[in-house]
Design a protein around this ligand. Structure first.
Ligand code: NAI
Ligand code: MG
Length: 504
């Protein structure tokens, strides 16, 4: 099997020997590189802000670079929105709300949202390649998950635009006005779709800010929106870092803030809007428990563990970053897990064979490495796959910490990287207590053969989303969101539409 998929072909020369209990694969053959092409995309040297249907220069004339984390090369210069630009965008959104979007026929509203969904599908290959170049995620994921799901959310909410009354029977759903939205770097286009589509279907106008390391797919979306003929000012797309985000949060003429990102910034936002009548939804961090019972289908569970923590380099708020394995199958699960980790291909995100792409930024890599150091110093058993890493760019091998205890920082704090903390348990009661012993409550997974056990365990876990015998499955009609320090409010489904409406 392949060990790596950098541009050069790397031969694996092991002979079935065991590295710390893991089988080193002796393939004698390798996957040939299968790079996705870039001939069909255009990345401009410089991007402006998309305000009132036009690309506009930032008032202060400031720009910042965005890089490809897989090779550290600059991709483009991006306009940084200041307080004045945010104000311009909010004014455009307010005017569009008052004059057009709150008055337009509901079928018309739906028509535009469908149009954006179809354009996203038509340009899916462009979106996928740009997402991968800008953020470092494997092309297979941006192609098969991020982009199709983003389009699916637009399709799903387009369908509700003229059926709001039926969505909330007995209520009189009314739009809120202007929605200010702030998204992170881990799923840029998908997070934008989760926020823009329900806001528009509910009759609101939007100002949305991308994350500073991954602005490009939202700028591509701005082009799509411009081409769709959506009335100007209905969606305004801006870029910038924390200060720009704060300018959105603090703008007095915004009715609703939707934020996805770190718990730290979520707390700042909550303080900032306290005492105002802004509505808010916060989707914050997580430290999900993935629970393997001894009657689980072990091979599927191992795939679920891999998918849960190594998917998107572990840059996933619902990542199954705490693994709980019932004691009598622990050795078997860990052995199979190590074997499977050895087969994961880490490297060029543009290669279609790659499983694990680049870490999104140098800062994030530093954070992950800091936690790996902490885990080692806390005395947990350390294991990493033996793959080679490219010399340029930001990379992290799939990592395991074994014999972790509840007090270890690596089992309590969000790492946001491909690092799994493994604990064992004996009884259902014990694992529920351990799994719930966290300030977070976003997601969890349970693997068992028994339906009754699934119902018992899932009803006692304090997590917003719980998967049974699967992991990281998403659908536009299912709500997503957390408890406790993972935030509040839901995205997806009707539960994701409600927060964009006054429901009297
Ligand atoms: P962050 O929370 O700082 O950034 C998320 C978004 O908020 C970005 O668009 C950023 O520009 C904006 N922002 C930053 N400060 C702001 C402020 N004061 N007011 C308004 N907006 C502000 O997250 P960051 O630095 O990118 O990642 C740090 C950690 O956050 C990660 O290690 C991870 O633990 C967590 N995170 C969680 C995510 C999730 O999906 N729940 C996504 C991204 C990060
Ligand atoms: Mg970038």
């Amino acid at each position: 099997m392949a060990k790596n998929s950098t541009k050069e072909k790397i031969k694996v020369s092991g002979n079935g020997t065991t590295i710390d209990g893991a089988l080193k694969f002796n393939s004698g053959w390798d996957y040939s590189p299968a790079p996705e092409s870039t001939g069909h995309i255009e990345i401009k040297e410089k991007y402006e802000l998309f305000i009132n249907g036009k690309f506009q220069k930032p008032v202060k004339g400031k720009y910042f670079p965005t890089h490809n984390p897989a090779n550290e090369k600059k991709l483009s210069m991006i306009a940084e929105a200041s307080v004045s630009d945010v104000d311009k965008a909010v004014k455009a959104a307010r005017t569009a709300y008052n004059k057009v979007w709150s008055k337009i026929g509901l079928k018309e509203r739906g028509k535009y949202i469908y149009r954006i969904a179809r354009a996203m599908q038509e340009k899916a290959r462009e979106f996928a390649v740009i997402e991968t170049l800008d953020g470092g995620k494997a092309i297979r994921e941006s192609r098969d998950i991020d982009i199709p799901l983003a389009a699916a959310h637009f399709f799903y909410y387009a369908g509700w635009a003229d059926k709001l009354q039926y969505a909330f029977p007995g209520k009189d759903p009314q739009s809120l006005g202007v929605a200010g939205q702030i998204i992170p770097w881990n799923f840029p286009l998908l997070m934008a779709a989760w926020k823009i589509a329900p806001a528009l279907a509910a009759g609101n106008t939007v100002i949305i800010k991308s994350a500073e390391s991954t602005p490009l797919t939202l700028l591509k979306l701005a082009e799509v929106i411009q081409e769709s003929g959506l009335p100007e000012g209905v969606v305004n797309i801006i870029s910038g870092a924390g200060e720009t985000g704060a300018a959105i949060v603090n703008h007095p003429d915004i009715n609703k803030i939707a934020f996805t990102g770190s718990t730290g910034v979520g707390k700042i936002i909550q303080k900032a809007i306290a005492g105002t009548d802004k509505k808010v939804t916060l989707e914050l961090g997580g430290k999900a428990a993935n629970i393997i019972m001894d009657d689980a289908p072990i091979d599927q569970a191992v795939e679920g563990i891999i998918n849960g923590i190594y998917f998107n380099q572990g840059h996933v708020c619902c990542a199954g970053s705490r693994l709980f394995v019932q004691e009598d199958v622990a050795d078997l699960v860990i052995r199979k897990l190590k074997d499977r980790m050895e087969t994961l291909i880490v490297g060029d995100p543009m290669d279609k064979n790659t499983d694990i792409g680049a870490i999104n930024s140098k800062e994030q890599l530093n954070t992950i490495n800091k936690y790996i150091k902490i885990g080692k110093s806390e005395g947990a058993g350390f294991y990493q796959s033996s793959c080679e890493l490219p010399s340029k760019g930001y990379w992290c091998r799939p990592t395991l910490f074994l014999n972790v205890s509840q007090s270890h920082r690596i089992s309590k704090e969000e790492i946001f990287g491909p690092v799994l903390a493994v604990q064992t348990f004996r009884t259902v009661e014990e694992v529920i207590e351990k799994a719930n012993n966290t300030p977070y409550g976003l997601s969890a997974g349970v693997w068992t053969d028994k339906g009754a056990k699934i119902f018992n365990i899932t009803s006692k876990l304090r997590a917003g989303v719980i998967w049974a015998n699967t992991y990281n499955k998403f659908d536009p009609s299912s709500p997503f969101g957390g408890y406790k320090e993972s935030g509040f409010g839901r995205e997806g489904g009707l539960q994701g539409l409600g927060p964009y409406l006054n429901l009297k």
